[in-house]
Design a protein around this ligand. Structure first.
Ligand SMILES: Cc1cc2nc3c(=O)[nH]c(=O)nc-3n(C[C@H](O)[C@H](O)[C@H](O)COP(=O)(O)O)c2cc1C
Length: 274
């Protein structure tokens, strides 16, 4: 399965079977996590797979209604925008690896932080989000369908609402960005907290750069740092798709003087085409 197929296949699962991860699947994921622990600006985040047994109390999930969950992946980030973006960027790669090997996932930003006493949280660090992993029940629960309905989970905004020309601020079309159209389309299909899709991308056709900005859509999610995670997810989709299409580049962070301030948007990162 190539990355475009994997991104299209992924969707949040909220109805898990009781089966624990098969040892081979667990090994695959664990090696992937170890080999891919270094993200933007070389920040390292070590994720862990944590399985809970029936004897453990069930986790309270105060948003969304997830059933049958028993296995989680989590790590810690610093309490900063950049570090949370990096957490989203690295963890989404794990989500896509899991999807490729038929493990279902759900990002969860609202969870009981005291549940994971295994995770040592140092001062100035946090667990900004977790993912639940496992195998999906054949039949979605009624609540699963209801949550999908509430957040319009299968819908995404159109290109003209999210992707723009940097100079003119006019909407970008797939025809205009040609070879990068897949990369942006895969950003569009990314998961986000409450399906808010806070990414706004501006293409500078003079310098051949894609500038990624965050539009804080929900005050509640922004306060919990979830929109930063959303941005990291978008970066990983863009990068993986570009590399798959043999379009090389790298992430840079421009200084304030070198990036335009645009309305209520917050600058996050730039993909420099090479
Ligand atoms: C950072 C983040 C946090 C999320 N938190 C929750 C959550 O707490 N509970 C939940 O049921 N879904 C959560 N989701 C899943 C989103 O609701 C889901 O990705 C979105 O509705 C799009 O649906 P899809 O993933 O099936 O494409 C979260 C997603 C992200 C990216």
């Amino acid at each position: 399965m190539n990355i475009i197929e994997t991104i299209k296949k992924r969707k949040s699962c909220r109805t898990f079977t009781p089966a624990a991860l098969k040892p081979d699947d667990k090994k695959d994921l664990e090696s992937y996590i170890v080999e891919n622990n270094t993200g933007l600006e070389n920040e390292v985040i070590n994720f862990r797979i944590i399985g809970k047994t029936d004897a453990d109390k069930q986790m309270k999930l105060d948003y969304g209604m997830i059933k049958g969950q028993h296995t989680y992946i989590l790590g810690t980030s610093k309490s900063s925008i950049d570090s949370r973006v990096n957490y989203g960027y690295l963890m989404e790669k794990v989500v896509l690896k899991a999807t490729e090997i038929n493990i279902s996932t759900c990002w969860v930003g609202y969870f009981d932080k005291t549940y994971f006493n295994e995770a040592l949280i140092e001062n100035g660090s946090e667990i900004p989000s977790i993912i639940i992993i496992g195998y999906s029940e054949d039949k979605q629960s009624y609540l699963d369908k209801y949550v999908r309905f509430l957040v319009n989970a299968s819908k995404r905004q159109s290109w003209e609402k999210m992707f723009f020309n940097y100079k003119l601020k006019t909407p970008l079309s797939p025809e205009y960005v040609k070879k990068y159209s897949d990369s942006l389309e895969m950003v569009r299909l990314a998961p986000s907290s409450g399906n808010t899709q806070p990414w706004r991308v501006f293409f500078d056709d003079v310098n051949n750069e894609f500038h990624f900005f965050k539009k804080p859509i929900s005050k509640k999610y922004e306060a919990r740092g979830l929109h930063d995670i959303d941005m990291g997810i978008a970066l990983s989709h863009f990068e993986l798709t570009s590399l798959y299409n043999n379009l090389s580049g790298r992430w840079i962070k421009l200084t304030n003087e070198n990036i335009a301030s645009i309305d209520d948007l917050q600058y996050i990162r730039t993909w420099k085409c090479e």
